[in-house]
Design a protein. Structure first.
Lengths: 384, 212
């Protein structure tokens, strides 16, 4: 779809939007770490005439851009009524809006990133999760408007009701998902803590214990206990080799903690594990998409609204995937750095995973109770 | 711990915590025209708003409402929607904040409210009576959404009118700065601190009335 768009429309809007969109991905990467990068403004000097734009920070610029794209959607949909080629502009704007919108506040990227960090997932899996959840989000928005507005012709108020139910279900799912992660990761963290204290007395035990735990949580106790006794003997028998043995086991542990992950992915249970993340993030449609769809329907161009929704989803997926990859890489760096340190590395990693699991739970509870005003619980509550 | 490790961890945290920031993107645009209504004794008794919604929101809000004439809606046909509007706005203090002599002016529930459908746009008319009329030399009125879900803009021409005000009263108004400039002015530190509640304040429309 994106390739078609680029090929068929060499227009100004498209070029402008795609250029801005590409840079937005870069912006998303730096947004949290480099809040004060005023230099990022200069490439867009020619984008928009008002001089005031140049003084804005990165966030201000992001906000201004997404507002601008959102508002342009209505004029391009109107234009598409008389001039079919305006649809390409609409698609480009929707795509850019998706990128910018996801770069701003939103629970999607937070939940996916936390989940990836907590569950030791790969970047590839993060990208897949981002795209599938964004696709689901678009599908839900289209299904909601197609059923509510097109088939049943219910009022906006009624659709709001449906949206509210979906939102609550989605937030509850995040909370439940987070609770499960906290439960398992909390257990791992406590085990790592115990292993660490034991490990001080019997350094050899810590290696195998962590290795087992990373791969197969359920087997941990048996294996750990077994290995523990065994190594204790070895240690007692060959006191001279202690230092050597220790170093070897430790290296093995470092290799193993990264090794098994891609294999796990390929396993039959791989997709099911991600379903929780996909549904909790993708269930709730974006209010913006629903408004655009209803507007397009009212203009007699529902199909254009649907196309725009999927382009928004594609843009959103790209940003969320970028942030997900960033989170996974950060975890990887942390893992490598902490692994280089003696003993405590695994404990640090279990701690990070536990904290990330806690974040998912916090987001769920926060969204559910309305404490996080990141997204109002009702679609357009202030007015409808 | 090493600086690099700390940096990596911070990066991970921030990328995740990005969602903690306010809902920073408006979904509804309102063009506001407001009348300040004075009693014969020179006190402000209330504010009458005429808020025009943007075309996308107007289409959305009108969805599913039956009308006798296609594409045209009477005040009566829109009455239930107007009712919903003013009821919903209550929780948000009607996005109207009056202040005089260091005290907040409190508004009663709206009266004389109705919706008008004009050129594909919805216009919400409503009057907010003050609980106690304010008689003062200097008064400020702000119109904005603290969460910035609704973007309020004063109409280009004559956004403010004083109705029945004593002779010699003057007013002035300040439009919010451009979004980007405003965000900069507020400072990104506030943004990071999660100052949700006041985030929209930088997009406030501030009206000041001075009377002799």
């Amino acid at each position: 779809m994106r390739t078609n768009a680029s090929a068929a429309c060499p227009g100004l809007v498209l070029g402008r939007v795609l250029a801005a969109g590409a840079l937005a991905v870069a912006a998303a990467l730096t947004i949290d770490g480099m809040m004060h990068v005023a230099a990022a403004q200069s490439p867009f000097g020619g984008v928009r005439p008002p001089a005031t734009e140049h003084t804005g920070g990165l966030i201000g610029w992001l906000l201004a851009k997404q507002s601008e794209f959102y508002r342009e959607m209505s004029s391009t949909i109107r234009a598409a009524k008389s001039d079919g080629s305006a649809v390409w502009g609409l698609l480009a704007i929707s795509f850019a809006y998706g990128i910018f919108h996801a770069a701003g506040p939103g629970h999607g990227k937070a939940v996916i990133s936390s989940y990836l960090v907590a569950n030791q997932e790969t970047a590839r899996r993060g990208i897949a999760l981002s795209f599938v959840s964004a696709l689901l989000q678009s599908l839900v928005a289209v299904a909601l408007v197609a059923t509510g507005a097109w088939l049943l012709n219910v009022t906006a108020n009624t659709m709001c009701g449906a949206e509210r139910v979906i939102a609550i279900a989605s937030y509850a799912l995040i909370a439940a998902f987070g609770a499960r992660l906290v439960w398992t990761k909390g257990a791992s963290f406590i085990r790592a803590l115990q292993a660490r204290t034991e490990g001080h007395e019997l350094a050899l035990a810590s290696g195998p214990a962590f290795h087992d735990h990373a791969g197969h949580d359920h087997d941990h106790h048996d294996h750990g206990a077994h290995g523990h006794v065994h190594h204790a003997h070895a240690h007692a028998d060959h006191a001279h080799n202690h230092d050597h043995a220790h170093a070897h086991v430790h290296d093995a542990h470092c290799g193993h903690s990264h090794g098994p992950l891609p294999d796990e992915l390929a396993g039959p249970g791989g997709w099911q594990r991600g379903l929780g993340a996909i549904f909790s993030v993708g269930l709730r449609p974006c209010s913006g998409a629903i408004i655009v769809l209803v507007f397009a329907l009212a203009q007699g161009l529902f199909w254009a609204g649907i196309a725009a929704t999927f382009m928004m989803g594609l843009g959103t997926a790209i940003t969320v995937a970028t942030i997900a990859v960033l989170a996974v890489s950060a975890r990887g760096i942390a893992s490598r750095l902490s692994g280089a340190r003696d003993g405590g590395g695994a404990l640090v990693m279990r701690g990070i995973e536990f904290a990330a699991a806690g974040l998912v739970l916090l987001f769920g509870v926060g969204l559910l109770t309305g404490y996080l005003f990141a997204e109002p619980l009702t679609c357009l509550k202030p007015i409808l | 711990m090493r600086p690099r490790l700390i940096g990596a961890l911070l990066l991970a945290c921030f990328s995740v915590l990005g969602a903690g920031i306010a809902h920073a993107h408006p979904h509804v645009w309102v063009t506001s025209v407001s009348e300040l209504i004075y009693a014969p004794d020179g006190s402000l008794t209330g504010v009458r708003h005429a808020w025009t919604f943007d075309d996308m929101f107007s289409s959305y809000a009108i969805q599913g409402i039956e009308s006798k004439t296609k594409g045209a809606y009477t005040h009566e046909e829109l009455a239930p929607l107007a009712q919903t509007n003013v009821e919903s706005l209550k929780e948000f203090a009607y996005f109207t904040f009056a202040r005089a002599d260091g005290k907040k002016g409190k508004f009663q529930e709206p009266v004389d409210y109705f919706l008008e459908y004009k050129d594909g746009l919805l216009v919400l008319h409503f009057t907010l009576p003050l609980k106690t009329p304010i008689k003062t030399t200097e008064l400020s009125l702000e119109i904005f959404d603290p969460t910035f879900f609704v973007d309020f803009q004063l109409a280009k021409t004559d956004p403010i009118r004083l109705v029945g005000a004593p002779a010699g009263c003057t007013f002035d108004y300040q439009r919010p700065k451009d979004g980007a400039a405003g965000a900069q002015a507020m400072g990104e530190d506030n943004f990071l601190a999660g100052g949700n509640a006041n985030y929209g304040a930088m997009f406030a429309n501030k009206i000041t009335v001075k009377c002799p």
